[in-house]
Ligand binder design. Sequence first.
Ligand SMILES: [Zn+2]
Length: 157
Amino acid sequence: MKKFDVNLTVEALGFDELTAAERRLVDTASDATYRSYCPYSHFHVGAAILLDNDEIIAGSNQENAAYPSGICAERTAAFYAHSRYPEAAFRAIAIAARGTDTHWTAAPVAPCGACRQVLLEYENLAGAPVSVLLVGDGKVYRLPSVRSTLPLAFTEF
Ligand SMILES: [Zn+2]
């Protein structure tokens, strides 16, 4: 038997350590949480995607009484971004979340497995790593790529 490690380096940053572009993306994701429709989970999530045409596309989670019919903020943003600008490559994504009490999650929130899979496909289309910014209360985790969030990912062969 052989073993190998899959490593992930996460940079934990304060807001003042972000670039201006990253700060704008984080602010846009945070603003998007206020447009969430989450009467069932009461968990407000916002995502913002920076494209290589400098557009930022935001999305929020949209729930439904038929629960699986809802969709996460990340996929709301990703699907709209690619349908609106199919030629534009993803460059970065920021994700923020808060409860109904308006407090940001203490720990940065990470995308679910389905969103990681979807975002990975757009990263593959981009042909370059898509930076991932996970926002928490007073801190941001910066990951180098979507692929880093999904080790041993399923991709086309
Ligand atoms: Zn998700």
